[in-house]
Design a protein around this ligand. Sequence first.
Ligand code: NAD
Length: 379
Amino acid sequence: MTAAGLLGAGLLNVETSLLKAGQEVPLAPPDKQPTDVKLPDLPPERKVGIAIVGLGKLAIEEVLPAFAHSKLTRVNALVSGHPDKAKRIAAAYGVETKRIYDYEHFERLADDPSVDAVYIILPNSMHAEYAIRALKAGKHVLCEKPMASNVSECEQMIGAAKEAKKKLMIAYRLRYEPFNTSAIALCRKRAFGELKKIEAANDQDVKAPNIRLSKALAGGPVGDVGIYCLNATRYLTGEEPIEVTAFAHQPKSDPRFREVPESVAFNLRFPTGVLASCSCSFGTAENRRFRVVGTSGHLTLDNAFGYRGQEMSINLGDGPKQLAITPANHFAAEMDHFAESVLQNTPVRTPGEEGLADMRVIEAIAESVRSGKTVSLKG
Ligand code: NAD
């Protein structure tokens, strides 16, 4: 092809094409900036600075190590009532000692520009107080589940976030990891036909002492582990339940269960007719799974609610088939979604309203246990 042909085909640029035989070839690049500078979607150095509020088991064993896998967050501060523990953790994660705060002086966070947001990992009864204090101090809030102790606290937290114009996200980590999100996508695509039934269980053995066994700290199996079953029925169906009926067992012979039930079973009815059968316990071996049953097949997620180790299979009438899905760190995925929403000012996938929706059903479950009757959730 001739130069004119190459030029016409767009294979030669104009400057090169203008060079004629015998003309000197310029050796230094032209003093001209490229016009197509490729810029990152987010500035690489901009990370959301997080203060971890509460340095208990979840914070130490799962959330703090997850920062190593997070692209958009950095742990910049700690809030704790135990200075020695906080100092050791600060040293391990490179947090400056001047950024260790206690609960009494929590509001000092307002003057710390390295903290954009707090991650509340306290006993359930303390979520509302510290979320609202953080929002008033001008910080975004990521708050562990269950969102709070009751519906009224959830509503106050949502109101505080609106007033402060800050993000409030509930840490429903499964909404950010690939097994549960794949299950949602398959249900939306009607991969198993019309959904009819969901069975979900989340059980573990809780040894005393534990915040989960205290009524004053808003413990109990429904808010702690049953909430995963409840949330799953809502995200798998994409619907809100209209009726709930529940039973609880609180053995007098076991001193662990003086204040909260050992086990709770609850059934939910959804508007399209899906029936969900859920159960949770603090007194059994670990058992965490769900099965979604449709008119043409079913999906099973083993270890559905664990931090890792999920296994998903589907059966469309021709035997179970394991799905190959690459796992992700749940907490890093959740924190990165939160950070992206903060940096780009976009809505979070699991806002306060999501925690409130679960809390309404949790209160209805408690009412059904008390009354022995089915409770309506309509209207
Ligand atoms: P934990 O008991 O190990 O930690 C609670 C922390 O709160 C401790 O550091 C404790 O010192 C501190 N604290 C401050 N004031 C307290 C008080 N008055 N009484 C008791 N503790 C007080 O509990 P955890 O297992 O880390 O759970 C913390 C929160 O995280 C709970 O809301 C729980 O539901 C949630 N959680 C979520 C997941 C998940 O997978 N998303 C898993 C476990 C726990």
